[in-house]
Design a protein around this ligand. Structure first.
Ligand SMILES: [Zn+2]
Length: 553
């Protein structure tokens, strides 16, 4: 398979961090290949924050010194620490009794690898000196970005005050056992290079009949550790498409883009550290030259390796087209996700999609086990065929995304939510409806960690959905079934956050209601619930009016 041959060649470069010399090697390879195939190749230099581990060591001091191999999590800064090692079970998501202040915490990595971020913040708040995470899966190291504050703002800059480390599961379990029998001291040394550097975006242009309808085919080339599925295969699939496209007569202009700084590299430890390269491109190329309306669609490849093939796509119309084009293939189609570069474009209303198998890669995600050995070749080949089919339909055969579906979708969604507004007379541009899909975080950042989910019009639809669950809880209490009410309430967050905008949408004071119910104050609980339902309905309608007004302007 040609795709795998390209990928193996790119894999030989090793870890590719945005702004590093390895990135330049990869970019040069890609550039010289694309120059042979495309009409024009442009390199965009992107100012990034380079973070690179130079040296890291972990010594255990107990009857002599023992060395354990370890990796630093980005963006740990250079430091030297000696302290008592304490093992805490499930640190970050269970109540702890042990004092960890001034100690080095050893714990198991959370089930969702990205939750390391939450474990880190807990360690920081409790005054720990450092945190060492051992993996949930054997014999691997992992890198996940940790940061110093709760939140996902695009412009809040923070440092990483204490260091964080990844060690192998086997070493972690042995150390945990030892630490429960005797006092262990750990000595940690990290030397990292953090500096301003230049990352690169490669853009190859393939002229087509309509240059004001551009099809973007994208992937990111920076990767932590071995990164075969995340995202060397993505870059290889771009190369393969370029190769095939030389024989295509293009109905639309086609642009192949390889992004830098998807995994990190946003200058100054930005809270929303991922997708920085595509955000830079959007601002400094697309919006600067006002070509956003010329981008017909974006098709992105990220994290494909094994398991179920998924396409995350923005907008009913684009999902509809993808469903039609991929008929006969086993593909799950869902809303676009804020964890992919496609989101950068769908956020401003451009139909965008990412092909991925992200949900089935947890074991190897950002580890040194993300190599060619773990992939399911049939899945990767199937993904490539689907990828090519969608691209060919749009770039070669000018299949149309029928944007009029968006208004129908908006209307029917509102109707299903029980809202009877006449939006027919409002001249809402369909692309603006795509901007109503937003990432949400269930609950307060500090109290819980949840991966972002994409909801349509969360300021209205999600609030109304929760108001209905609260009503059910009221009815259960009135019927005397408090247990059922408690079960319903357990599923509701006290608020939802809109990450990026950093807006909080209050739902109900769930903790107090549960306490009142458990102590037998049923009338009080019902009263608060009724008030919350009223507030949710009022807020939802107020938000809807504001959003519709803004959309029709
Ligand atoms: Zn990725």
């Amino acid at each position: 398979m040609q795709l795998l041959i390209y990928a193996q060649d790119l894999a030989s470069i090793g870890e590719v961090i945005s702004g590093s010399k390895e990135e330049k090697i990869l970019v040069n390879k890609l550039k010289s290949f694309l120059e042979e195939k495309a009409d024009e190749v442009v390199i965009h230099n992107v100012p990034v924050m380079l973070w690179k581990e130079k040296h890291v060591s972990l010594n255990i001091v107990v009857d002599g010194i023992r060395n354990i191999s370890t990796l630093a999590l980005p963006y740990t800064t250079s430091t030297h620490i000696v302290g008592d090692l304490v093992y805490i079970r499930n640190f970050g998501f269970s109540k702890i009794r042990k004092n960890v202040e001034g100690k080095i915490i050893l714990t198991e990595w959370a089930k969702d690898p990205d939750e390391a971020e939450h474990q880190y913040l807990e360690a920081l708040e409790k005054g720990a000196l450092a945190i060492i995470l051992y993996d949930r899966y054997p014999s691997r190291f992992r890198r996940i970005v940790v940061k110093g504050t709760y939140g996902y703002s695009y412009n809040t800059y923070t440092t990483t005050p204490i260091p964080a480390f990844s060690i192998k599961r086997e070493d972690g379990i042995a150390l945990a056992k030892e630490a429960s029998n005797k006092e262990l001291k750990a000595e940690l040394t990290v030397e990292v290079n953090v500096q301003n550097a230049s990352g690169q975006i490669v853009e190859a242009i393939f002229n087509g009949k309509k240059e004001n309808e551009k099809i973007y085919i994208t992937a990111h080339h920076d990767h932590w550790l071995t990164g075969f599925t995340d995202n060397i295969l993505g870059v290889a699939s771009l190369v393969n498409i370029a190769n095939e496209a030389t024989n295509w007569k293009l109905a639309r202009e086609m642009r192949i883009l390889s992004f830098t700084a998807e995994e990190g590299g946003s200058p100054g430890f930005t809270e929303w550290y991922w997708l920085y390269g595509s955000r830079w491109y959007l601002e400094n190329v697309v919006l600067k030259h006002r070509i956003e309306n010329e981008i017909y669609a974006v098709i992105n490849w990220d994290a494909v390796g094994k398991g179920k093939l998924t396409i995350a796509a923005s907008g009913y119309s684009f999902r509809h087209l993808i469903r039609k084009v991929t008929e006969g293939f086993k593909v799950r189609i869902e809303f676009d996700s804020s964890y992919f570069d496609s989101y950068t474009f769908s956020k401003i209303g451009i139909p965008s999609a990412t092909i991925n198998t992200m949900n089935d890669l947890v074991d190897i995600y950002h580890t040194d086990k993300d190599t060619i050995n773990i992939i399911d070749k049939n899945v990767v080949l199937g993904a490539y065929n689907v990828f090519r089919k969608i691209i060919a339909a749009l770039a070669r055969n000018s299949a149309e995304i029928r944007m009029k579906h968006e208004r129908v979708f908006l209307k029917s969604t509102l109707r299903k939510a029980g809202i009877d507004v006449n939006i027919g007379y409002l001249a809402i541009p369909p692309r603006k409806i795509l901007t109503l899909y937003k990432p949400i975080h269930r609950g307060n950042y500090r109290e819980e960690y949840n991966p972002f989910e994409t909801h349509f019009l969360p300021e209205v639809i999600t609030l109304l959905k929760y108001s209905k669950v609260l009503e059910k809880a009221i009815n259960s209490i009135l019927e005397g079934n408090v247990q059922k009410a408690l079960r319903l309430l357990a599923k509701i967050p006290s608020e939802i956050m809109l990450p990026g905008d950093e807006k909080s949408l209050p739902i109900a004071p769930i903790k107090s209601i549960i306490t009142f119910l458990k102590r037998g104050h049923r009338n009080l609980a019902v009263k608060i619930l009724e008030n919350s339902v009223e507030m949710l309905r009022r807020n939802a309608m107020k938000n809807l009016r504001e959003i519709l007004k803004e959309l029709s302007q």
